[in-house]
Design a binder for this molecule. Structure first.
Ligand SMILES: NC(=O)c1ccc[n+]([C@@H]2O[C@H](COP(=O)([O-])OP(=O)(O)OC[C@H]3O[C@@H](n4cnc5c(N)ncnc54)[C@H](O)[C@@H]3O)[C@@H](O)[C@H]2O)c1
Length: 74
């Protein structure tokens, strides 16, 4: 069944998480998923945010640049 297959993939950390909007909610959420080893993809339409994330930089005060770099390499 679909639910049990999805649950199994989540438990094995093989399910891919997609987050729409990398703002005050999305970026910390992405950080949380990355910190437990879930493959995570963030989407945003703001070119400034995309550019900063690609450069390993944060635009949210309580998330340091190093956390963004770690997320990119996880
Ligand atoms: N921040 C909070 O404390 C809070 C609390 C409750 C609910 N919410 C809700 O959560 C949502 C996100 O809040 P936030 O504070 O992170 O906002 P935010 O403005 O910080 O981030 C939203 C992000 O979504 C991006 N975006 C907009 N349209 C998009 C699209 N079509 N595709 C991809 N990305 C897109 C924006 O560029 C922006 O980076 C909002 O609906 C808000 O009302 C936020």
């Amino acid at each position: 069944m679909l639910e049990s297959r999805l649950l199994s993939r989540i438990n094995r950390k093989q399910a891919r998480v997609g987050i729409l909007g990398m703002g005050y909610v999305g970026l910390p959420l992405a950080k949380s998923f990355c910190s437990v080893g879930m493959p995570t993809i963030g989407f945003d339409i703001d070119p400034r945010k995309i550019k900063m994330l690609k450069a390993g930089k944060s635009y949210i005060k309580h998330i340091p640049n190093g956390a963004v770099s770690a997320m990119r390499s996880s």
